[in-house]
Design a protein around this ligand. Structure first.
Ligand SMILES: C[C@](O)(CO)[C@H](O)COP(=O)(O)OP(=O)(O)OC[C@H]1O[C@@H](n2ccc(N)nc2=O)[C@H](O)[C@@H]1O
Ligand SMILES: Nc1ncnc2c1ncn2[C@@H]1O[C@H](COP(=O)(O)OP(=O)(O)OP(=O)(O)O)[C@@H](O)[C@H]1O
Length: 281
């Protein structure tokens, strides 16, 4: 019997997300700098067994064939002919509907993990081609921790040199649907009082063209951004991907625990909050 493997599936942030145009196939051409996070990751165990099984206890995450973990498993099997039954367990730590690429990262981790069980026979470029069939964001998770992505998100290029950034993530109880966010792009009018200009840093800029359409529907997210920008030690604030996670880039003087307590007291006691670092590129 093959050995088992445990793979980590880290979350991502979009430091910049420019939407260039809507394509004829309904997808949007984007130009984005994506970074992976250090220490915020789902965990997936892939255990060769007598028959297939899949366990995921996270509320709201599908356990049927629509879960990206199973879609990645099935695609790997179709392409390689690997037949070994597997007991798969997915432990979610990354919230879903959050713009953190949780499901995408799970799919990439399964492709990489199954390839490890398959003695690394599939080159990473081929895994990335398969990944792109499952979702636009997935190839990124099989490449460098910082990358510039174009096309519908599946074309990877070298990213800028970004140091490990101190960040704080805040997510309200609701999620945002990615197709809905892209669908509202362009129609949305500017929001009064909202400065959409890129926030510039020595390593690049923070900007997200999906903020305007998403903020129009979820004004609370605009409030979170403005609140963050007023706090001491916060150097920048942005929505990640299509939301609903808002993140702050923290200066060395910021106190994440005090910030989290203030956010819960002043914005929403139910906020999910995580603080840590991005992986350096
Ligand atoms: C918002 C981001 O997270 C930013 O990194 C991604 O662009 C989303 O990528 P994803 O979740 O992997 O998206 P997919 O699963 O490929 O697509 C879901 C849906 O989002 C919309 N979509 C997605 C990617 C893209 N470049 N343009 C789009 O219009 C399409 O309606 C698509 O049917
Ligand atoms: N392994 C998975 N983990 C989480 N959600 C999954 C998974 N597989 C399928 N889904 C479905 O996909 C939806 C979006 O989840 P996901 O975590 O990928 O969203 P997201 O944070 O918006 O990602 P992105 O940043 O790629 O837009 C979920 O609400 C769920 O129905």
């Amino acid at each position: 019997m093959m050995p088992s493997v445990i793979v980590e599936a880290p979350a991502k942030l979009n430091l910049s997300l420019r939407v260039v145009r809507r394509r004829d196939d309904g997808f949007h051409e984007i130009d984005s700098v994506m970074v992976r996070l250090e220490g915020l990751a789902d965990r997936i165990s892939l255990e060769p067994s007598e028959e297939d099984a899949f366990v995921c206890e996270a509320p709201g995450v599908p356990t049927d064939g629509s879960n990206l973990v199973l879609r990645a498993r099935d695609l790997f099997r179709e392409e390689t002919g690997m037949r070994q039954p597997l007991a798969i367990r997915l432990e979610k730590r990354v919230p879903h509907g959050a713009g953190l690429g949780g499901g995408s990262s799970d799919a990439a981790a399964v492709l990489a993990g199954l390839n490890a069980l398959w003695e690394g026979r599939v080159p990473v470029e081929t895994l990335q081609e398969w990944a792109a069939r499952l979702g636009s964001d997935i190839p990124f998770f099989l490449g460098s921790p910082v990358a510039r992505v174009t096309g519908r998100g599946e074309q990877l290029g070298p990213g800028p040199t970004v140091p490990s950034l101190r960040v704080m993530l805040l997510k309200p109880g609701f999620g945002v649907s990615t197709p809905d966010a892209y669908g509202r792009w362009k129609e949305a009018l500017p929001l009064e009082g909202m400065d959409e200009a890129p926030q510039r840093f020595s390593w690049g800029e923070l900007v997200n063209d999906l903020e305007r359409p998403v903020f129009r529907k979820f004004l609370f997210l605009a409030e979170v951004k403005l609140w963050l920008l007023r706090q001491e030690g916060v150097e920048g604030a942005l929505m990640s991907g299509s939301g609903s996670t808002m993140f702050a880039v923290l200066g060395e003087g910021a106190d994440p625990e005090a910030l989290a307590a203030a956010a819960r007291a002043e914005l929403d006691p139910q906020l999910w909050i995580w603080s840590g670092r991005t992986q350096a590129g």
